[in-house]
Design a protein around this ligand. Sequence first.
Ligand code: AMP
Length: 272
Amino acid sequence: MQQRALELKRAGRRIGFVPTMGFLHEGHLSLMRLARERCDVLVVSIFVNPAQFGPTEDIEAYPRDFRRDEALCEREGVAMVFYPSAENMYAADASVWIDEEALSGRLCGASRPGHFRGVCTVVAKLFNLVLPDLAVFGEKDAQQLRIIERMVRDLNIPVEIVRGPIVREADGLAMSSRNKYLSGNQRENALCLRRSLDQALALFGQGEHDAAVLRQAMVDLIECVSEAEIDYIGIVDERSLAAVDEIKDDVLIALAVKIGNTRLIDNAVLHL
Ligand code: AMP
């Protein structure tokens, strides 16, 4: 991969990159379209990264369908699909990791210790292999996006990070490879994530700036839904991800909810 990327760069081609874990959906494809508009050669990686899964998280159960993914990539004009094995990506005695220290402990990081260390390390490795000029990440993973932006800034990595908007199903559920795990009822119950965000946005629109009130309204809505268990609801500063009490600046409302055994995330940014 790196050899090919070096050849492309020597030929003056601009490389765009979309890293994924595969089982592609319209959200991934929208990022590919954003990247393709801004580059000459589009590379997509498909890698279910063991380093970002915790010991209790079932990496083997993560959905995979490489043939289908490959066909979708071809249709989107992807020049190369990079599909490494875990053995090729990580030396058995790998001992260097990237730890982002300010944003990673919050929100998802609090319930998934080590997750963002795995994410940062694999993204840095993928950048070194693909040598992209730009890479697109989805706002669906709001915390991940901000951590990658921080890593690129703090380590002077010469990659432009482009933000891709959240793509949703017609009824508002954010697209995710994990939606496949949901049964018919759970699929309906999963709408509580988006509905609770809408509820908070509506209250904010009516002039409510107290984060605790917005949060409680979200809790009340989700607690009425069967099989829904809140992991966290964060109302945080859009940049630092620190919790806010009163909304005086742009905030990110991010939540993770388990529907049965499936952990789903969603978010919205509240602009003042
Ligand atoms: P994943 O395959 O889940 O690791 O996601 C790969 C990339 O796709 C990440 O940058 C995600 O933020 C992005 N992504 C996943 N779902 C969506 C979505 N519904 N809308 C926009 N981007 C998404």
